[in-house]
Design a protein around this ligand. Structure first.
Ligand SMILES: Cc1ncc(COP(=O)(O)O)c(C=O)c1O
Length: 373
């Protein structure tokens, strides 16, 4: 049996065709017609005016903070339950992440904690955070309405980290359209991939133009190399943009397949005592990037799957429990810690066959039976 990976790339002849087109055109550079087209097509896919194609989602997060002018020493609110890249970007600009716990309903940042944090700062006359980065974890959007209302009331700009949520919606609006700046990832394990890559999208043309400028070493329009700003080498290659365009064409099919896989897992474990799921929030439709189940003790199940060459992973380890962020402030933490203790991500790639899903289900059930007997 071949190894079943958590979320491997799902590519086909169309990717090959566009990649070869880029190759044959000799636009083998971090600029070119596929980069321009990918940006246009992507922006329209998420319902925004503009997008800058970058080398990674992490680069997009970093640039978002730079574009908002977040200064060294400033506070930035970040959910504790996320991938490290979200919080790392805050440290890149010398700012301090202030971590917030998750809500049970979505596993995303708790809107009540956001309100509480901002209201407390206001009443105590303390400075407000320079930004909030909200994350749409595992392909499910955060509870954006109350989060945006609180942030607007206290003048805190919002960045949406939709790296895991391309194709999801919240009250009918696409994930990655709620922030003033919105971040996507095309890492090899994401819903669509360019092997590595990211996008920074916004309705604010000026910000996106500036992102393009900063991501290409902030080179001024002069015949010689003139620089007024410190720039970055963060632009996406034309070859990878070609791959991204082909992937984007099949986004609806890829999302539909991940939802089917999630539904199949839910049906298979519906009657199994002790197996729970990342809840589907009522306000939107997730992409189900990864299906996450909860168990009292996921370790033996994960080890059993591994022994059968099936990759499964614990849920994200919260940032407030990471040695790299020891000493950072944290509000609450019980929900994020509980998700980490009980969560197990199952193979969820859009190229999985029904037989692959059955293989995972049988292995999980077998492990639970063995432990129960
Ligand atoms: C929530 C989240 N934010 C940011 C990133 C960073 O994206 P990239 O790997 O493209 O840098 C990822 C994934 O890798 C992610 O899952």
């Amino acid at each position: 049996m071949p190894r079943l990976f958590l979320s491997p790339p799902d590519v086909g002849p169309r990717e090959r065709e566009l990649l070869l087109d880029a190759f044959d055109s000799n636009w083998i550079a971090p600029l070119g017609p596929h980069v321009d087209a990918f940006e246009r097509e992507f922006a329209s896919c998420v319902g925004l005016g503009h997008a800058a194609a970058l080398s990674s989602g992490t680069a997009a997060l970093h640039l978002a903070l730079v574009l908002l002018g977040v200064q060294p020493g400033a506070d930035v609110l970040v959910p504790s339950l996320t991938f490290a890249a979200t919080a790392n970007a805050v440290v890149y600009v010398g700012a301090r992440p202030v971590f917030l716990d998750s809500e049970r309903a979505t596993w995303n940042v708790d809107p009540e904690l956001v309100e509480e944090e901002l209201a407390t700062r206001f009443h105590e006359g303390r400075e407000q955070p320079a930004a909030l980065i909200g994350v749409d974890l595992y392909g499910q959007t955060a509870s954006w309405d109350p989060i945006l209302a609180s942030c607007a009331a206290y003048g805190v700009p919002v960045i949406e980290d939709a790296a895991e949520a391309l194709g999801a919606t919240y009250r009918g609006r696409p994930a990655g359209s709620f922030g003033v700046l919105n971040v996507f990832s095309f890492n090899g394990n994401k819903i669509i991939t360019t092997s590595g890559g990211g996008m920074l999208a916004s309705d604010d043309e000026r910000l996106v133009e500036r992102a393009r400028h900063l991501s290409t070493q902030a080179r001024e329009p002069a015949p010689h190399y003139e620089h007024r700003d410190i720039g970055f080498n963060y632009r996406m290659s034309n070859l990878l943009a070609a791959l991204g365009r082909a992937q984007l064409e099949s986004l609806p099919a890829k999302v539909a397949r991940r939802r089917e896989i999630n539904a199949a897992y839910r049906a298979a474990f519906a009657e199994v005592p002790g197996v729970g799921f990342l809840p589907n929030a009522p306000e939107g439709e997730p992409t189900n990037w990864l299906t996450v189940i909860t168990l009292d003790d996921p370790t033996p199940v994960r080890e059993h799957l591994e022994s059968l060459d099936i990759e499964a992973r614990p849920a994200w380890k919260p940032m407030h429990l990471q040695p790299a962020f020891a000493g950072c402030e944290m509000r609450g933490g019980a929900v994020a810690a509980d998700v980490f203790r009980r969560g197990l991500c199952l193979p969820s790639g859009s190229a999985m066959t029904d037989a692959d899903v059955d293989r995972v289900v049988s292995a999980v059930l077998e492990s639970l039976r063995t432990r129960g007997s």
